[in-house]
Ligand binder design. Structure first.
Ligand SMILES: Cc1cc2nc3c(=O)[nH]c(=O)nc-3n(C[C@H](O)[C@H](O)[C@H](O)COP(=O)(O)O)c2cc1C
Length: 197
């Protein structure tokens, strides 16, 4: 059965307005119901529509949901407790608990390839962005996180990452319990300019 996403923005807006209206939803406000299996397949399809210089597929996706997600968070919390900064990292670990779907985007860049690794990393980042916009367009909220568990070797081992693979993003997806308010953004005049020669 299709789940009922609650994103007031997604139905009424043109595609351009939809893209211009995306906001990250705080993890606690990402709740069930999450996307259905068919919607997750669609989201993955959107994620894979990513530019990829040399067609290297320098990324992998790991979908985490249901009881596996609960076990993953429990094991991360156990790892968090072994760290000196346990109190702090427990807080960021708990951010993973609420959202019904977590998509871990893994950079699987090929070192030494004629396509620079930098470009392969960018492709993984673009995949995270596609997931955010895809979720938004489908009426769900999302948030692109990393956190200690993206960089800790024992934590990434839980995901089965291979040598050289890196977590590009831990993308939380769920229905929106509390819409985000607009945040101040830099103006185009601060960061964009026309080249004049
Ligand atoms: C690579 C990357 C990693 C991020 N990791 C975190 C994170 O661990 N925790 C966090 O609160 N925000 C993180 N953010 C920021 C959020 O994704 C988001 O951009 C921020 O909450 C601002 O919201 P907005 O997307 O509505 O502008 C990260 C962003 C990027 C690009």
């Amino acid at each position: 059965m299709a789940s009922t996403a609650i994103n007031p923005a997604s139905d009424a807006l043109s595609p351009a307005d939809l893209l211009a209206s995306r906001r990250s939803i705080v993890p606690d406000a990402l709740v069930g119901p999450g996307p259905s299996r068919a919607e997750i397949d669609r989201l993955v399809e959107i994620a894979l529509r990513v530019p990829d210089h040399g067609r290297l597929s320098p990324w992998r996706l790991i979908l985490v949901a249901g009881e596996t997600k609960d076990r993953w968070v429990e094991r991360l919390l156990a790892l968090a407790d072994t760290r000196e900064d346990a109190a702090k990292v427990r807080v960021s670990t708990r951010k993973l608990a609420c959202a019904p779907l977590v998509v871990v985007v893994v950079s699987a860049a090929i070192p030494g390839h004629k396509v620079p690794e930098w470009e392969q990393w960018l492709s993984a980042g673009a995949m995270c962005m596609n997931l955010l916009n895809g979720a938004h367009a489908m009426g769900y909220g999302a948030n692109w996180l990393t956190g200690w568990h993206a960089y800790d070797a024992q934590a990434t081992a839980l995901l089965g990452l291979e040598e050289g693979q890196k977590v590009a993003g831990v993308v939380l997806v769920g229905s929106i319990a509390e819409p985000a308010t607009p945040r101040p953004r830099v103006g185009a005049e601060d960061v964009a300019r026309w080249l004049t020669l």
